[in-house]
Design a protein around this ligand. Structure first.
Ligand code: PGA
Length: 258
């Protein structure tokens, strides 16, 4: 049984005091929901403060990025070792990093390996652009991203994948539940080919891209979708909490039925 996971990617939003305010508002409500894993990804500079505020709760913490070297002369970068001290998860290969910071498959691969080495749980983001989608190349693109990101990774037990079609991120134009379910089913079959049926069956694969309080139910009803990576809607406590509540209700009902 895969435990559903809802991740809140705050991106480059919130000052430290705003982050403290946001997490203080969410904590009591999120802490009551224990059948969904809840992970918050504030900016690096707020990790320590948010970590303090969720200590002793069921809420978990992750970083939005990392560098692949452990330490050294890399001005401005944050290493996996530094993060492993502060948090449990890390987003890797987000399309905004691929697009604006030139992260290639090779860099993403090094980051995945570096995170796993220190025990951080990566959320690996993959997804096609609009032109690729329109050309019917979605499966080809996600298969290639999986292959390059996971090259040489032989034991991806703690890895989580987020399928995030680039055209759906921050645009208000989400995929449909059915589309996302189909592509995530395809990703799961690819994982089975790359690793084993057992690893594919146990791997959590999330959907991300314009998830809101109004469409969360549609995504969570899909059997292949194990949760969501939420951007914009994770910056409002009531919306993020509602998405987690809907996930808890729907996935709870689906598991009773099965
Ligand atoms: P969005 O972002 O929910 O604002 O579309 C999702 C993401 O980038 O992870």
């Amino acid at each position: 049984m895969r435990v559903p996971l809802i991740a809140g990617n705050w991106k480059m939003n919130t000052t430290v005091s705003e982050a403290i305010e946001l997490v203080s508002e969410m904590r009591p409500l999120l802490d009551q929901i224990d059948d969904v894993e809840k992970v918050l990804y504030p900016p690096f500079i707020s990790l320590a403060a948010v970590g303090e505020l969720i200590r002793g709760s069921s809420i978990k913490l992750g970083a939005q990025n990392l560098y692949f070297e452990e330490k050294g002369a890399y001005t401005g970068e944050i290493s996996p070792l530094m993060l492993a001290d502060l948090c449990e998860f890390a987003i890797i290969g987000h399309s905004e990093r691929r697009q604006y910071f030139n992260e290639t498959g090779e860099i993403v691969n090094k980051k995945v390996q570096a995170a796993l080495k220190v025990g951080l749980k990566p959320i690996l983001c993959i997804g096609e652009r609009l032109d690729e989608n329109e050309a019917g190349r979605t499966e080809e693109i996600v298969a290639e991203q999986l292959r390059s990101s996971l090259a040489g990774v032989d034991y991806p037990r703690s890895l989580i994948i987020a399928y995030e079609p680039v055209w759906a991120i921050g645009t208000g134009k989400a995929a449909t539940g059915k589309q996302a379910n189909e592509t995530i089913g395809f990703i799961r079959r690819k994982i089975a080919e790359l690793y084993s049926d057992e690893i594919a069956r146990d791997m959590r694969i999330l959907y991300g891209g314009s998830v809101t309080v109004t469409n969360a139910t549609e995504f969570m009803q899909q059997p292949e979708i194990d949760g969501a990576l939420v951007g914009g809607a994770s910056l409002k406590a009531s919306e993020f909490v509602s998405i987690v509540q809907q996930t808890s209700q729907i996935k709870g009902r689906l598991s009773e039925e099965s």
